[in-house]
Write a protein that binds this ligand. Structure first.
Ligand code: ADE
Ligand code: ZN
Length: 340
């Protein structure tokens, strides 16, 4: 089974580039930029990565992100992720970035996006990985939307480089409805929309993301299961959920992987995909997420192939590229899979 997971062509749809910052690179960039971080060794960092909930993680994640200062830093960060992606046979990736995390500390939007973009262009040419970029607004700033508006304004010259806007950060107390005007404007400017919802927040937030923000995908969405009418809606409209198993257990959304509801949601006919969220913080990249959930829930080869196919179907890609990836996946399954 691990052989199949490793070898199948994969798509990743929920990856925060700042969440791929490994401790080694964090130290290198802190040194390079003369920034003090509250750790002296990799072991100390690993001890700090014991989270109790989403907020306990975000506090550490935003501190880590402060070592990112220059275009080269953003290039190095993105390139390191893309090399991992290549090694894991990820063929297409849709990457979140949080501009406000950087602009709030004086790093210009242009620096952030140019560094990330150059790595994506180079990866397409030399690693054979295609990609899209998704700009996320920080929802913990929902009391004062001027930051989100400024961020959208800064993104307009880069419309060709950014496929969608999303919503992330502390969920509870920051409902999607507060961002309806920003998302209306983003859609009018041609961006697609996605949103984190139903990670820690209630099903009502998922409804709002669908009905008010008109999202094409829900990021996480695992709490949707609590509302049968919502499950029906997600199934009927085939709205993909970008589920992140290791994230969910690290942040105590589920205490144990065996309690994860992914298999029930898949069996209910929802378009479930597997993703890594913040791999440097949660103990694994995409393959490790597949291994962990497969083993905990005893998923069959058919389940695994379905999850990989859902990733292709849910991507913001033209039909020809989806067809090519689907054919690659079928070829691997025919060689390795026994159809169980
Ligand atoms: N930012 C980075 N990872 C996140 C997550 N899992 N939920 C919300 N915001 C995030
Ligand atoms: Zn996320």
């Amino acid at each position: 089974m691990r052989d199949l997971i490793q070898k199948m062509p994969k798509v990743e749809l929920h990856l925060h580039i700042e969440g791929s910052l490994e401790p080694d690179l964090m130290f290198t960039l802190a040194d390079r930029n003369n920034i003090t971080i509250p750790y002296t060794s990799v072991e100390e960092i690993q001890r700090a990565y014991q989270f109790t909930d989403l907020q306990s993680f975000l506090d550490i994640y935003y501190t880590g992100a402060q070592v990112l200062q220059t275009e080269q830093d953003f290039y190095d960060l993105t390139w390191a992720y893309l090399e991992k992606a290549r090694a894991q046979n990820i063929r297409h990736t849709e990457i979140f970035f949080d501009p406000e995390t950087h602009t709030d500390h004086g790093v210009p939007f242009d620096v952030v996006i140019h560094g990330i973009r150059q790595a994506l262009v180079d990866a397409e040419a030399t690693l054979n990985i295609s990609s899209n970029l998704i700009l996320c607004f920080l929802r913990h700033k929902s009391e004062d939307l001027s930051s989100a508006w400024q961020t959208l304004e800064a993104a307009l010259p880069y419309k060709d480089w950014i496929i969608a806007v999303g919503l992330d950060s502390s969920e509870v107390g920051h409902p999607p409805e507060r961002f309806v005007d920003v998302f209306d404007k983003a859609r009018a400017e041609g961006f697609l929309t996605v949103a984190h919802a139903g990670e820690e927040g209630p099903p009502a937030y998922v409804w709002q993301a669908l009905d008010l923000l008109k999202v094409k995908r829900i990021d996480h969405g695992v709490r949707s299961e609590e509302d049968p009418a919502l499950v029906k809606r997600l199934r009927n409209d085939q709205i993909p959920l970008t589920v992140c198993p290791l994230s969910n257990t690290k942040l105590h959304v589920f205490k144990h992987m065996q309690e994860h509801n992914l298999k029930r949601l898949l069996d209910a006919g929802l378009c479930i995909t597997i993703n890594s969220d913040d791999p440097a913080y949660f103990g694994g990249y995409l393959n490790e997420n597949f291994y962990a959930i497969q083993e905990a829930l005893d998923l069959s080869q058919t389940d695994i192939i379905q999850l990989a196919q859902n990733g292709i179907d849910a991507a913001f890609l033209p039909p020809e590229r989806k067809a090519a990836l689907t054919a690659e996946l079928a070829a691997v399954f025919n060689t390795l899979g026994q159809g169980t």
